[in-house]
Write a protein that binds this ligand. Structure first.
Ligand SMILES: [Zn+2]
Length: 98
């Protein structure tokens, strides 16, 4: 429910954002609400940052440890479009460096 409710409030970069990022943001909110389950990967798990769901949620958790409020700021930038440069705009490192 937390995951699906997040979809109501999040921006999708006018359809340009990776689907895995959209699902990862929804699961990041679930994680912060305390509803991650034991089968989720740990931080650093998975193959790609945009893999989605738990993998991307853990990646966003890491990004948020570098800048408080990161996910909210990223979501705000995704109102009018999407670029991987949003990560370097906010954190000073490319998404691949992160
Ligand atoms: Zn979803």
């Amino acid at each position: 429910m937390t995951h699906e409710a997040a979809h109501i409030w999040q921006w999708n970069g006018t359809g340009q954002a990776p689907g895995g990022l959209i699902e990862g943001i929804a699961n990041y909110l679930r994680l912060k609400a305390g509803y991650a389950t034991s089968h989720w990967v740990q931080q650093g798990g998975g193959d790609k940052w945009y893999q989605g769901y738990d993998v991307t949620a853990r990646f966003l958790e890491y990004c948020s440890s570098l800048r408080a409020g990161f996910v909210a700021e990223l979501n705000a930038k995704m109102r009018t479009g999407y670029s991987n440069n949003f990560f370097s705009d906010l954190l000073g490192k490319t998404v691949d460096q992160l």
